[in-house]
Design a protein around this ligand. Structure first.
Ligand code: NHR
Ligand code: GAR
Length: 192
């Protein structure tokens, strides 16, 4: 079985979209793939309950309990490698990962970022797109490399920025597209 491990920090709606697609499309039969675990660096992440409700085992690894990024990433890799994953999927995971971690999962690590990369890497993407006067915004699925939000692009979706948009209304429009493209991109990678 090709195991997928999903890392979250928050609401986990992209994680849920992937798990629900995997269940609906019977990925264990059709692709020999399964979401083996969801791991959160935040003990209170709402996505943990969502994953449990979907029947996916969860684990919390609180980054605040570690002396530095290297120590947290080493423990995180240890927790992930229990599952010998074919794919490690960042889904609203909010910790920058060390080069050692990224290298360990080279070719197996992907992220969805809520902007049309290479525009607006980093955080607060929706407000920055509005402030910049952008007519279009979107989301990007990309491979994760050591340089933040700069890995090779796998897929993108575009949405309009509408008059009167706030960061919240734009984020909701983008998120709906994320839920469409991320499960498809994961599926494509599993077939490769
Ligand atoms: N790590 C590497 N090496 N490369 C990437 O491309 C990564 C990554 C880790 C996460 C997701 C990314 C996003 O989609 C991601 C891509 C967190 C931050 C951040 O500044 C920035 C980008 C992303 C994720 N995090 C702060 C930190 O100090 C913490 C912020 C917080 O806790 O609220 O790690 O946008
Ligand atoms: C998504 O929009 C995702 O692209 C973004 O946070 C949201 C998480 O939603 N990711 C980042 O901003 C990473 N820095 P979710 O937890 O409901 O999937």
């Amino acid at each position: 079985m090709k195991n997928i491990v999903i890392l979250i920090s928050g609401s986990g709606s992209n994680m849920a979209a992937i798990v629900e697609t995997a269940q609906r499309e019977r990925w264990s039969d059709t692709l020999g793939a399964t979401v083996a675990a969801v791991i959160s660096n935040k003990p209170v992440a709402a996505g943990l309950a969502v994953a449990n409700a979907l029947g996916v085992p969860t684990q919390v690894l609180d980054h605040t309990g570690f002396a530095n990024r290297e120590a947290f990433d080493a423990a995180l890799a240890q927790a992930i490698d229990v599952h010998t994953p074919a794919l490690v999927v960042l889904a609203g995971f909010l910790r920058i990962l060390t080069p050692a971690f990224v290298n360990h999962y080279a070719g197996r690590l992907v992220n969805i970022h809520p902007s049309l990369l290479p525009a607006f890497p980093g955080l607060n993407t929706h407000q920055r797109a509005i402030d910049g006067g952008c007519r279009f915004a979107g989301a990007t699925v990309h491979r994760v490399t050591a340089e933040l939000d700069h890995g090779p692009i796998l897929d993108q979706a575009v949405v309009p920025v509408l008059p009167g948009d706030t960061a919240a209304t734009l984020a909701a429009r983008v998120l709906a597209q994320e839920h469409r493209i991320y499960p498809q991109a994961v599926k494509t990678l599993l077939k490769a």
